[in-house]
Design a protein around this ligand. Structure first.
Ligand code: GTP
Ligand code: MG
Length: 542
């Protein structure tokens, strides 16, 4: 580390904020991301998710298929500065078929914002992702989106969130009407009415300070037919809630709630202000060797995501590193825990989706992309000091399987190359049939859409047309002995496939076959993922 950086180090780390946006599909994560980076000054015109022809696409849905389908398939990282803070924002996909990517991304975040669609309330994926945040113990903001549409009554919605998620809500703002009646928000803490004028963009965000609910300005600005109910609701909320406690938020006991409309860019800045006031700086992280603290001078980090072909011109592959302590410097040498040797981090970048900017220095809390020539796997730990191993990043057991084949034999090698790449990203899992070999590989996924993305990417990025023949398997297990060593001689008539790391894996039609295998091989641990197998456990928690 150069001497020059030393005086700023602590400030730089403490101004980092790293957070993920999570929710059920379609709640508006990508739309909110677009507006957040607009406020952060990264873009000067906000794009749209699946806008009309000719409209700018949303920045974080950079993959062509995402733009066509209007859904997020892979998480994206975007950095921006806001009110003196350096924010690392992670937009995640909501669809359950891509949830492994979302889970991995959450490991890199220090806080999360949970989006709720005002009409739909707490949906199934939101519930699941909330549980992951709870398990990881990260503080959660709640943003109730799409207030420009008709929705559930706000009090009912808060009640639903509290009872379904078993989480206490603390509404910072309150909606004044919804849908056709939506007139703005009341900022309870600042005692301000934020006016919403749907057709007058320039007026969005007009702020009316009030002395309280008795202020005559309410009558001046808000329609009489909704005012009594709104006042009644706010009185009730004011009467029930005490002072806001930042400690309770940071310990995950309470979630500050704010309302808005991402699409209309209404109250997104209100959320950002709340975020900058409350969000935590980088938190300490556990490693097998002990805790790593962000202000430790030794650089440490882990890879939570790998993505190839983001930039078609370069056909490169980027490993995304969450820095956990110390300072990162371009070109630095680090110790790679899994490889057990030193490597140089030559090219490094920070991102606005696929646009990249060379980064020379980064600090604990930041996410940097390093150019990867094949040294990295998801979950790898790196450090400038003594080797550390961060927690394992879970891999999901695949449940759908298919054999891939190409009619043009000349393209087999290309298929293997493409598949190796896509499986190293964790987008599919790759298995080799011992009798057939690598020319007709088997892939396993958690959800159907992953197959679709695979075929699309093989065609789009590698120019290969692939036939996909579904197989009857539904279960994959990695057989290990008590010491975590791979077992290759199972009792019973089982075929052992090989995974992408050449580890033996059992592919089975049904749970019943697994029970049979367990009965025949009582001393064998049938691990549901390679990460679990390596740690000698049958399953990793979340
Ligand atoms: N009316 C209205 N529509 C919105 C709002 N926010 C988002 N939308 C629309 O909701 C749809 C889904 O938005 P996205 O931002 O793609 O949702 P997402 O949560 O990123 O979806 P996934 O990434 O696929 O999980 C799009 O058509 C948006 O234009 C809002 O505040 N009001
Ligand atoms: Mg999205």
């Amino acid at each position: 580390m150069s001497e020059l950086n030393v005086p700023n180090f602590e400030n730089e780390v403490l101004r980092r904020r790293t957070f993920a946006i999570i929710s059920h599909p379609d709640a508006g994560k990508t739309t909110l991301t677009e507006k957040l980076i607009y406020h952060g000054g990264v873009i000067h015109e906000a794009g749209e998710v699946k806008g009309k022809a000719g409209t700018k696409a949303a920045t974080s849905d950079w993959m062509a298929l995402e733009q066509q389908r209007g859904i997020s398939i892979t998480s994206s990282v975007i950095q921006f500065d806001y009110r003196g803070q350096r924010v690392n924002l992670l937009d995640t996909p909501g669809h359950k078929d891509f949830s492994e990517d979302t889970y991995r991304t959450l490991v890199a975040a220090d806080s999360a914002v949970m989006l709720i669609d005002v009409a739909k309330g707490v949906e199934e994926r939101t519930k699941k992702l909330y549980e992951v945040c709870r398990y990881r113990n990260i503080p959660i903001f709640t943003f109730i989106n799409k207030c420009d549409r008709e929705g559930k009554l706000p009090l009912e919605l808060i009640d639903e969130i509290e009872s379904t998620l078993k989480m206490n809500c603390y509404p910072m703002t309150w909606p004044i009407g919804l849908g056709g009646q939506f007139q703005g928000l009341y900022h309870r803490l600042r005692k301000e009415i934020l006016l919403y004028h749907p057709k007058h963009e320039e007026k969005i965000g007009e702020i009316i300070p009030v002395s309280g609910l008795d202020d005559p300005k309410w009558e001046e600005y808000i329609s009489p037919h909704i005012l009594p109910q709104v006042k009644e609701e706010i009185e009730l909320v004011d009467g029930t809630l005490g002072e806001f406690s930042k400690e309770k938020f940071l310990s995950g006991e309470i979630s500050p709630v704010t309302f808005g409309s991402a699409k209309q860019n209404f109250a997104v800045d209100t959320f950002l202000d709340l975020f900058t006031d409350l969000s935590p700086p980088p938190a300490p992280r556990k490693t097998k060797e002990g805790e790593v603290r962000p202000l430790d001078k030794t650089f440490t980090g882990f890879v939570f995501k790998i993505q190839a072909n983001m930039d078609r011109r370069h056909r490169d592959r980027v490993a995304f590193v969450r820095i956990c302590s110390g300072t990162f410097e371009r070109g630095m040498k680090v110790n790679h825990a899994r490889l057990g040797r030193e490597i140089r981090l030559a090219h490094s970048a920070q991102f606005v989706a696929q646009e990249r900017e060379t980064v020379d220095t980064a600090y604990a809390g930041d996410i940097v992309g390093v150019n990867d020539t094949g040294n990295f796997q998801i979950g790898d730990s790196i450090t400038s000091g003594k080797i550390v191993h961060f927690e394992d990043i879970p891999k999901f057991p695949p449940e759908l399987f298919a054999k891939l084949s190409v009619s043009d034999a000349m393209k087999r090698q290309k298929l293997q190359k493409g598949l190796k790449q896509i499986s190293e990203e964790g987008a599919v899992q790759l298995f080799i049939d011992p009798f057939i070999g690598a020319q007709d590989p088997v892939v396993g996924v958690v959800g159907e859409l992953q197959f679709e993305v695979l075929l699309y990417r093989l065609q789009d990025e590698y120019n290969i047309d692939v036939r996909l023949n579904r197989l009857g398997f539904t279960v994959a297990r990695w057989p290990r002995d008590k010491d975590g060593n791979p077992v290759t001689n199972l009792n019973g008539n089982f075929t052992l496939y090989r995974d992408m790391n050449d580890q033996p894996v059992l592919l089975l039609d049904k749970e019943w076959d697994l029970n049979w295998a367990k009965k025949e091989n009582p001393d064998v641990i049938f691990a549901s993922s390679i990460t679990a197998a390596r740690t000698g456990k049958a399953q990793l928690e979340l």
